[in-house]
Design a protein around this ligand. Sequence first.
Ligand code: BDR
Ligand code: CA
Length: 304
Amino acid sequence: MIIDCDPGHDDAMALVVAARHADLVAVTTVAGNAPITATTRNARIMLDMLGIDVPLHQGAHQPLVAPARHAPDVHGSSGLDGADLPEPSRPADSEHAVDFIIETCRATEGVWLVPIGPLTNIAHVLQVAPDIGQRIAGISLMGGGTFGNVTPTAEFNIWADPEAAQIVFSYGGKLVMSGLDVTHELQATPERIAKIRSHQGQLATVLADLLVFFSDGYMRFHLNMEGGAVHDPCAVMALTHPELFIITPERVKIETAGDRTRGMTVIDRRGHRKPAPSNCDVVWNVDDEAAFDVLIEAIGYFSK
Ligand code: BDR
Ligand code: CA
C-alpha cells in the first residue's frame, strides 16, 4: 500500500500499523492537518523513528478548489504538537507525490492507495492518469461518516477538499470508507495510552505523549468520549485486519454545494429493495479492544 497522509497524531499511528502489517511501498504527504512542509516534516520524523527506509514524496500544498485550511485546534500548529520530536534526519525524496503514485501504480498492478488526509493528491492522480483507477487494488480512505466533526455534517478530510473527494468517490473502482462512525469507536483511553508508554523507548514515549495531547483536546470538546478518536489506522486495518470490522456496500455521494452540507458524505440508507449500485464499502464498527491491541503491539514491535 501507499499511505497518503497529513501527520497528524492519528496519521502517525496509522504509519506504525502499516509498517508492521502491510507491504508499505511508500509514504506521500498532503496539506491537511498542517501546511505541507509541516506534514512532510512529521512524516520524515515518523519514518526515522520507525527505522524504515521507504520512499517519501511530498504532494499538494492546497486543495483543488477550496482554500487551504488546517486543524491547529486538534493537532497543534506543527501538526504533531504535544511531544518532544527528534529532528528529522532524512529528506523527502525529490519527485512530486502525484507523479510518484502514477509511475508506481503503472509499474506495479494491485497497489492499495490509503489516503488518510484530504483527497487532493489522489484526485490529481485520477485526473491526470485515469488508467490508474483500473491498475490499483483499490482506495481505502479515512473520511466522512453519518455525522461531521468540522461542521455538523462534514468530516475534516472530505470538508478540506470536497471537489477532490467527489472525484475519488466516482472513480469506479474498489473504495473503502472508514468514517467517523467507526473511528469514534477507537479511542485512546488513559489505560491504552499507559500500555503504549509501558513499551518504553523513543517511539512509544513520543506516541504516548502525542496521544495525551490529542485526547485532552477531544475530551475538552466532546461529551461521551474516553479518549481521542484514533481515526486513521482504521483505513489501514480495514485492509490488514478486516475481520475486526463490520463493513457493508453502500451508495455514497459527496455534497459540494450546500451551505450547511458542503463536504458531507451522503450515504443512501433508504433500504430500497432494488437500490442503485453501491460505489463504496462503508466501515461502520470495529472490535475496538482487539484493534487497539494491534496498535499497541505494533508500537511495541518498533520499540525493541
Ligand atoms: C481526520 O482529520 C484529521 O484531523 C485526522 O488526521 C483524520 O485523518 C479525522 O476527521
Ligand atoms: Ca489524517
